[in-house]
Every structure is written in C-alpha cells, then in structure tokens.
Write a protein that binds this ligand. Structure first.
Ligand SMILES: Nc1nc2c(ncn2[C@@H]2O[C@H](COP(=O)(O)OP(=O)(O)O)[C@@H](O)[C@H]2O)c(=O)[nH]1
Ligand SMILES: [Mg+2]
Length: 254
C-alpha cells in the first residue's frame, strides 16, 4: 500500500487532482482508495471511499461552539484525531495498492497545527508515503510567485518529513513555452535569478540572492512536474516519479 498526500494552498487543485489521479490509476488497473480529509468540503469532485465527514460534523462545530469557518476547521481536525485509528482501519480494510489523501483546503491550518503531522503518521503507520505539493500555474507564472510557492513547499516538507514531489498544477492554462520556462526555473537557479532580476523590486532582489544559493544547494529537491487534472496531461509521468520514490528508497530526486 502506497500513501499519497495532496497538499497545496487553498484552490491550488488538490481535490481535482485527487479525482483525476484516482481515475487514471483505476483505468490503469491499480486499485485505489480516496480519502477526504477536508471536514468543510461540500461536494468533492470524487466519491470518497473514506471520509473525515463521517467522523466530525463541521456544520455542527460552527453552530455548537460559535466558531468562524477557520476556527471550526481547526476544531474539527483536532476532534478527528481521536478517530485516527478508525480512519486508518477503514483504509487498511480496503487493501488497495494506492491511497490518495486529499488534505483540507486551507493547507496552513492543517500543516502548521499539531494535527497535521499527527494525521500523517496516524494514517500511514509504516506504509511508504509521499506528498505531492501543488504549485498553482496561476501563481507561479511569475518568478516571484514561483519562488514564494517553492519556499512554502520546502517548509511543508520540513513539517511533514515525507519525500515530496512538486507539481505544477493546472498546466493546461499555460502555453507550452511558459511551462518550459517555469520548469527551467526549477532546474536552474541562474535562469530564475535572471527572471527575478528583471522583474523583482529592490528588497525581493536582495533576499533572492541568498535564497537562490540555498535552492541551488538543495539541487533537484525543487524539480517540478507539470500536470493537468483537466486534460490528464502529465499523470503518467507523475505516476512514474511516484513509483520510483516508492520502489527506490530514499534517493528520490535522481
Ligand atoms: N484549468 C484547470 N483548472 C483546474 C485544474 N484543477 C483545478 N482547477 C480549478 O481550480 C479550482 C480549485 O480546485 P480544487 O481542486 O477545488 O482546489 P483545492 O482547494 O486545492 O482542493 C477548481 O474550481 C477548478 O476550477 C486543472 O487541472 N486545470
Ligand atoms: Mg479541496
């Protein structure tokens, strides 16, 4: 059983990618479980096999405790922790090859609270796991957007402690030329430095220098796979990358 967590900022395309990936895996005859971890979602674009909404009632948390949407999300996730063994049991019972975990819309409320890492360890146990970090094409089309999203991804990988693949989500909204430009930024910090030099303002330019050196030392840790949940472009390549991580142990970025 391989466990895949989908993480990214609100609206970056996690739920749509969960749906597209599930369809692709099932079409490829790989059995798959989809887990919805967002207590506040109305109608995810897939039929969830395991669902946190079965364990906590977000609407009730709002009315009962008089909380706003974010507070209620935090409280719901905290309450769900006590059900982690049941949720894991449900997942294990299905005995599928892949488990796709669609994380809550507001990543920051999940990732930077204690509940985030508890969910990661509670759901995976000793199974091999990785995270897919989505960088939204709408945001990373500019060099500043790319740099800030990449740094957030590094922060998430520190927080979760899982091997992580960076995904350029919604790639269908970009021209091929723009996709190539962004992928080059991920492969070669000098290209990114050039782009930042031409567009960033004073302070960002100053920060960028030392940040870029750090990214360079990290090497392939920031490499990027363009994917579209809409057209399914890139799913096969993404699957290859995931398999390599699951089969190949630690050396994930070769
Ligand atoms: N063009 C395009 N739009 C997408 C794609 N994936 C998601 N979206 C759009 O982005 C919005 C947010 O996607 P969603 O999966 O709900 O994001 P989440 O908050 O990260 O789960 C959706 O309403 C879609 O319209 C994609 O591959 N291509
Ligand atoms: Mg979602």
């Amino acid at each position: 059983m391989f466990v895949v967590f989908l993480v990214g900022t609100a609206g970056s395309g996690k739920s749509m990618l969960a749906a597209a990936l599930e369809r692709w895996l099932v079409d490829t005859e790989i059995s798959t479980t989809v887990v919805n971890l967002d207590p506040g979602v109305d109608a995810p674009p897939y039929t969830s096999d395991v669902d946190i909404r079965e364990y906590v009632d977000y609407g009730e948390v709002i009315t009962k405790f008089g909380l706003g949407p974010n507070g209620a999300l935090v409280a719901s996730m905290d309450m769900a922790i006590s059900h982690l063994p049941d949720i894991r049991e449900e997942i294990l019972e299905r005995e599928t090859d892949y488990v796709i975990v669609d994380c809550p819309g507001q990543m920051e409320l999940f990732a930077y609270r204690n509940s985030g890492p508890l969910f990661i360890t509670g759901l995976t146990g000793n199974e091999p796991a990785l995270s897919l970090y989505l960088l939204d094409s709408n945001i990373v089309r500019t060099p500043e957007g790319y740099l800030s999203s990449t740094l957030l991804g590094l922060s998430i990988s520190i927080r979760f402690g899982l091997p992580q693949l960076n995904i350029l989500s919604k790639a269908d909204i970009l021209e091929e030329e723009a996709i190539q430009r962004i992928v080059k930024w991920s492969e070669n910090t000098f290209q990114l430095e050039d782009a930042l030099y031409n567009s960033a303002s004073g302070l960002t330019r100053e920060y960028s220098q030392s940040i870029l050196r750090m990214l360079e030392e990290l090497g392939g840790a920031t490499s990027l796979t363009p994917v579209s949940a809409k057209t399914r472009v890139g799913l096969e390549i993404l699957y290859g990358h995931m398999q390599r991580i699951f089969m190949g142990g630690d050396n994930v970025y070769d």
